[in-house]
Design a protein around this ligand. Structure first.
Ligand SMILES: [Zn+2]
Length: 247
């Protein structure tokens, strides 16, 4: 972005910061604010973290490995970084995850404010409202990755595996969600082990919701142009690890 380069040059012409090495984006922002830059100019300087689907995927994998190994980055809530987010947001990925309280996506991927466009609904279901949020992020925020994140022990998937009679007892909007999951788990192969059978069902639901997302016209066009990739992922609560289903 030519304008961003000019802004960097403007900040770079100031005396170098006292720390060794190149100034960080936060230091450049601080200098620009001192020089009276507008909030729009400050927002422009905050480059998107990832510029391709592959880079976005690598950032998520690296963040998750920091999380499950117990070495998360310190939260970046510096005043200047927050100010840079006033005018615009520059998330690089959409996560369609489950509302389950054990799957907080920013923590699981060790990402800060402004990094992820996070959509959470029981069973990570792709339907009109969640597809609308995905379309918005793809069209207006120019994200590079859409992740459908299922997880170990998903209660919504387990509920969808109950028979028709049990599902009919649920409140209407719960039934709406379960009906979106049920086709994924209707014809599972016979697996005796409960844990293995649940994993099979959860992965089948991830694949179904991913397919619905990929069939969206806006998403399909962005995939064809190379702007985005759509990937499924399975979060294991016990270990904290996310397994990307790169099929
Ligand atoms: Zn769930």
């Amino acid at each position: 972005m030519e304008r961003t380069v000019k802004l960097r040059a403007m900040a770079d012409s100031s005396p170098p910061p006292s720390t060794n090495g190149a100034p960080t984006t936060e230091q450049l922002i601080s200098e620009l604010i001192k020089r009276g830059a507008t909030m729009e100019q400050v927002a422009l300087l905050k480059d998107p973290t990832a510029n391709t689907p592959a880079e976005a995927l690598e950032l998520l994998k690296a963040g998750n490995s920091r999380f499950y190994s117990g070495h998360p980055q310190p939260a970046d809530v510096a005043a200047n970084a927050r100010r840079a987010q006033i005018i615009s947001q520059t998330p690089y990925a959409v996560i369609l995850g489950c509302a389950d309280s054990r799957v907080p996506v920013e923590i699981v991927f060790d990402q800060g404010p402004g990094d992820l466009f996070s959509i959470r609904v029981a069973g990570n279901v792709a339907e009109n409202a969640t597809l609308g949020s995905i379309q918005y992020a793809v069209t207006h925020l120019k994200v590079h990755l859409v992740v459908i994140l299922g997880h170990e022990g998903c209660g919504a998937v387990a509920a969808a595996m109950q028979g028709d009679a049990a599902r009919a007892q649920e409140p209407p909007h719960v039934r709406f969600l379960l009906d979106k999951i049920e086709p994924a788990v209707r014809d599972l192969p016979p697996i005796r082990d409960h844990k293995a059978r649940m994993r099979e069902a959860i992965v089948a639901n991830i694949r179904l919701q991913k397919n619905v997302v990929e069939c969206d016209e806006i998403v399909a066009r962005a995939v064809s142009s190379g702007q985005i990739r759509v990937v499924g992922a399975f979060y294991e609560i016990g270990s904290g690890a996310v397994d990307f289903l790169e099929d």
